[in-house]
Design a protein. Sequence first.
Length: 768
Amino acid sequence: MGSAVAPGLPSCESPSFFGRLGASKRVLSYSDCHSPLFPGDQDLLLAAAYVSDAQYNRNVPFETAPQAVRLYYFYNHWTMQAATYFFICVDLSLALFEEPALFPLPLLATSIAEVLCLTAFFGRLVHFAKVTPQMVFWKDTKNICIMVTIVLTLVDLILYGSLDAVNIRSIRWSRPLRPVFLINFPESRQIRRAFRSIRNTLPDILYVFLLFTFSMLVFSLMALKLFGDRRVHSWQFLHCLPRSNTPRVMPAYDFNWWYSLYFITYVIINTYIFMSVFLAVVYNNYRKHLKNEIRKLAYLKRHKMIEAFNILKVKVGPEFVVEEAQWRRLVRTVAPDMSSGHLELLLRISDEGQTGHVDKMNFLRLADLLNIQVVTINIKRHPLEAWVPRVYQSSASLLVQKVVRHRIFVWVFDVIILINAIFIALDEKNPFVSYAEWLFLSLYVIEILLKLYTYEPRAYFGRKQFWNWFDTLIIITALVATVANTTIQSARKYNSQQILDIVLILRILRLLRVIVTVQRFRVIVTTLINIGPTMLTFGGLVFVVYYAFAIVGMEAFHGKVQFFDPNFTTPDALVCGNPALKGSAFSRGRYCKNNFNDLASSFVVLMELTVVNHVLLLADGFALVTHQAAKLYFILFHIVVVILIVNIFIAFILEAFFVAYSLEKSEVETAIEKKIQELGVGIQEEEVQDGKPTDHVDTKDHGDNKRKALEGLYCRIASKKYRTVDALLQWMFESEIAPEDEGPSLDEILNFSPSDMYPKNPNFENSA
């Protein structure tokens, strides 16, 4: 590889972290810093690629030749991934500008944009082919899907453009395939895994679904015979499942009170019992298949770490190890932005006996160590203590600080918030209530000022102090709302009711401060934030399904229903622009805006169908303007989204919430915290904003260490957040995998032959 050095290769650091703390230290010598990398730069880059894949749970099999490794680094660079997502977003957003369009653009403009996107996708695919073994590339289904979709889209675009040139309108049948690009590129592995888990779950829940369908058909046939001449149809009866539609679908109740028992029995059996059993079966089977997916992911992660170890290992005594200098260079290559203090901390954890090398078991958990966010904190004195030390350290000042830190101070403002909630519910036109608003606002501002006086401001508004930022922003918002409200009321020329409504809503946000003060509320909200990436994954899954159904709905139903301003009383306005809707519940309810005339409107209709609100009415309306077969579209959407995806979403969120809510520290996290405390530089989350940890830091027997540590650097685990969704998923099931279990071979995990997965590398020939 010559003199070429990959981006991120380390340079030597100045005095080490432990040197600053006064602990026993091992500083790199000049020869360590300037000696050539061993066993070679290219091997270090290859090992770093494996570790990076393990850290971010990438399962891409790549060529190990030096040029391919460089291409693989470039392939995984954030700019390349951002560009891929940019073109995916552009491609998906074209539906906003194509007929039927929300913002119409000429066909030539949208066609050029789509061709550019397809070119970018093809280039990304070619880049992937350059770094992946050819046999593996052609066996990978997602690559075939991307290529086929590109070809079909080009064919459709050429045909549609040719017909449009001669004024013949046709259908863009390839547009529902656009989400294929979002699903099948390697960057979207979480969404792809969700689809795969659903696919694996389907056979398990099929029997329950068939039994559920059989029950509905039996009840529908019975209803057809009993109520067929009493304005009840089997189609209506099927929509008795959504509880909001129940009164509309049981008009037989008008004939006889006893008929209601039939519908009640149906709702109990199908809506409550069968749907609950269905959710239980979905939850159980989806969790089982998800566990298998994550177990394979964990095994693949260990295989990659073993490959990295085999590249860098040297024999010391009876065992193979990785030397400390090489370990440092590896970590610097994988995480070039890591602070020297953080790196030295991880080295102390990996090299437990301070032997100068890292054994295999400790090396294998490097990827987990890199995923734990360790924050180094520089504790500083309060600015007032530096500017006016005598005043800040006076007895009165210390009393104020003691009061602010006391729990009673928090309780007092909890009570104030509750009283404020009562006043917000009262009539704001009452002068007493108006003056009280200013009183509450003043108390909140005083609270913030007292906290800033007590706690060091830079620590109080630190990067990780989410709740402090949240609390302050709520108070600032309340201040702006109150001032704006007073200004608007005093300036008679501004009398917009919408502005006043917005101001009142902003004032109500003040009540959200109760989340900050009640610990249990904070725990729940923090848990929801922690599983946020997981929910976003399913959000992508739902978006893909919505997009496909929206495009199909636009092709089938656009222009069939028109929206008119509510003030219009013309005959067309009363029937939503379509005489077929005359006298229908759809037109009487003025649901004209619930149409498929553009992408945004289609998404709104699909959301209404997802929450199962007036499904019968919407389906009947579009069936009237097209054909009764249109109801199949709504039935299919209900089965796919409401019955299947929503239940799987609930199942996964339940599992993730249970794990995150009752989260205990992992073995790796515990090892980091233990080492932090052993070195006398530990600090708790709540102590950060205080700026005075001297009474709390457990420095054990470090003597001079304690004084040196208090002069500058402290460490803590940042939070229970996860860099990737995969990290949370692995956390959910990692306790079921033994640390020494290396799992099955790679060909068993990925269904590829070993020669396809990892071709022979000359540098591996001597590694056992």
